[in-house]
Write a protein that binds this ligand. Structure first.
Ligand code: ZN
Length: 243
């Protein structure tokens, strides 16, 4: 049965209670724990997984990696005493989560900046890791326009962050997302509830990742590089204090 994803419902669910559904050993010899519900984010959508601790009567299980399988079950991989049926308390590593959330939300603000500037770029893949943060677009950009475009996107993104705005979570069928989102990818995962997050009141993004509650929580966003080749333009960025 699919794991209930507590982190989808609110911006900062970092603790909670759950029951252990299964315990097995993965190919690397690590313990693989499935719970009925979890606040641990599994890697996905370019955002890295959470780490932290699962505590029960037997002691503490250290969560080193978290994965979502095609059936919607979340696998907590790590080490420590734990058994099926245990009532456990969950604690996500807050520092790591907040960092990943700010980086991920910054990627969406880059998207928002691109839209604000009226650039007809179609978003492609993105990565929001400390060692690699970028958003790619199906768009061509002439070399002589690169520097000026970088400056414009950075300014527009900083304007969004500077203005601040509370994000909003909405669950809806994929068929309705087009009313709120400029781009609805045709590969939205079907193994978790469909959800959009509304940035700056009118910019919806279909996304199951974790997001800042207010865009001002991102901090100073810098566009570090824009590279365009073969019709793909890659916008790399950094968030102050992270990367
Ligand atoms: Zn996202």
């Amino acid at each position: 049965m699919a794991t209930e994803l507590m982190y989808l419902n609110d911006f900062d669910v970092l603790t909670g209670a759950a029951r252990v559904q299964s315990v097995s050993v993965d190919d690397d010899g690590r313990t693989d724990v499935v719970l009925d519900r979890t606040c641990f984010y599994p890697r996905g959508g370019g955002q890295d997984w959470d780490t932290g601790a699962i505590r029960g009567a037997a002691g503490e299980f250290a969560v080193e990696e978290v994965r979502l399988d095609p059936e919607g079950m979340v696998h907590h991989l790590g080490n420590g005493p734990i058994a099926v049926g245990d009532e456990v308390s969950l604690a996500v590593d807050t520092t790591r989560r907040v960092m990943n959330t700010r980086l991920h939300s910054a990627g969406h603000v880059v998207d928002l900046a691109v839209e604000r500037l009226g650039l007809p770029w179609v978003p492609g893949k993105g990565a929001h890791y400390p060692h690699m943060s970028f958003v790619e677009y199906n768009a061509a950009l002439a070399p002589e326009e690169t520097e000026a475009t970088l400056v414009r996107i950075q300014q527009a993104a900083r304007d969004v962050v500077g203005a601040g705005s509370t994000n909003e979570i909405r669950f809806m069928p994929v068929s309705e997302m087009g009313d709120y989102c400029r781009n609805v990818p045709d590969n939205i995962p079907t193994n978790k509830p469909a959800r959009i997050v509304l940035y700056s009141d009118d910019f919806g993004v279909p996304c199951g990742g974790t997001h800042v509650r207010d865009v001002s929580d991102i901090g100073t966003l810098t566009i570090t590089k824009i590279k365009s080749k073969k019709g793909v333009t890659k916008v790399s960025y950094a968030v102050e204090g992270i990367n």
